[in-house]
Write a protein that binds this ligand. Structure first.
Ligand SMILES: [Zn+2]
Length: 277
């Protein structure tokens, strides 16, 4: 089964359009989008327009072409728009909202999760401590949560975060696949220790909880994003963890995506399409 994986498009329309073009040309069964789907260069509170206008039409076109599209929002996409996003996805049988859900396509079970380990940035809508003993990074300002009436500033974020489930707990609460050997985890946050999580400053920010979960349960494949520059820094865009293949293609100026054939001897290839605009 042919799958195209792309992540961190951040509302860049020419990248979205190119992905649909390639998906049709190569006749892939499904496109998986690993999150951070909405524009973040303007006011984040107008991200809903991108969902109800551009994505609504984009999903309509995938649905018409009978190509499955599995997706969820990411840490730079405001959580107050989850319901709208879910409603738009629900209009089309071929569009699957994968956040904290499972979806079975062609005998493979896809399980999504879009919580991330806390980072220095102020927007905290989807942030969690990794494990109970997580040590926070230095913060770039007070914490912000989106509400329908604007930002809710959190006075003591570290205390607040301790009241939330950890990434470890969130993973254990996810729906479990019937067959791990034919399961694909789509998790915006990359695992630690595999070279898929390094920032330009050299910091390795991946999740130990996700690493340990895969080590223990051994799914067939995992798909990640979030640290756009990591493959450029480490020269690694995939890694093996036991029998699990973990892929983190990154996303910079050019369009980066991965073509995957999920059949028994899995093949996968990373493609960088040069931006000529
Ligand atoms: Zn991103």
């Amino acid at each position: 089964m042919k799958v195209l994986y792309v992540t961190d498009l951040h509302g860049v329309k020419w990248k979205y359009e190119k992905i649909l073009e390639i998906a049709k040309e190569l006749q892939v069964k499904a496109v998986v989008n690993g999150g951070d789907m909405l524009p973040k260069n303007n006011d984040l509170f107008i991200q809903d327009k991108f969902i109800s206008q551009y994505l609504n039409d984009y999903f309509y076109r995938f649905n018409s072409d009978k190509i499955h599209y599995l997706c969820y929002l990411g840490n730079d996409d405001l959580k107050i728009f989850d319901k709208l996003f879910d409603d738009i996805c629900s209009k089309y049988p071929f569009i699957h909202h994968l956040a904290q859900r499972k979806c079975k396509i062609g005998g493979y079970e896809f399980i999504g999760m879009n919580w991330i380990v806390d980072c220095p940035f102020r927007l905290k809508d989807r942030c969690r401590m990794d494990t109970d003993d997580y040590i926070f990074q230095d913060q770039l300002g007070t914490a912000l949560l989106s509400t329908c009436n604007g930002w809710n500033e959190i006075g003591n974020w570290f205390n607040y975060a301790k009241t939330l489930p950890t990434i470890e707990e969130e993973l254990n609460q996810l729906v479990f696949p019937n067959n791990m050997k034919k399961s694909v985890y789509v998790i915006h946050m990359p695992p630690s220790k595999l070279g898929l999580d390094r920032c330009y400053d050299g910091m390795e920010v991946g999740s130990n909880a996700i690493y340990n979960f895969f080590k223990k349960h051994q799914p067939k494949l995992s798909l990640h994003g979030h640290i756009h520059e990591s493959p450029d820094v480490t020269k690694k865009w995939y890694a093996k963890l036991g029998n699990t293949i973990c892929i983190q293609p990154g996303q910079l100026h050019d369009l980066t995506y991965v073509l995957i054939d999920l059949s028994t001897d899995m093949k996968f290839d990373r493609v960088i399409y040069q931006n000529t605009k």
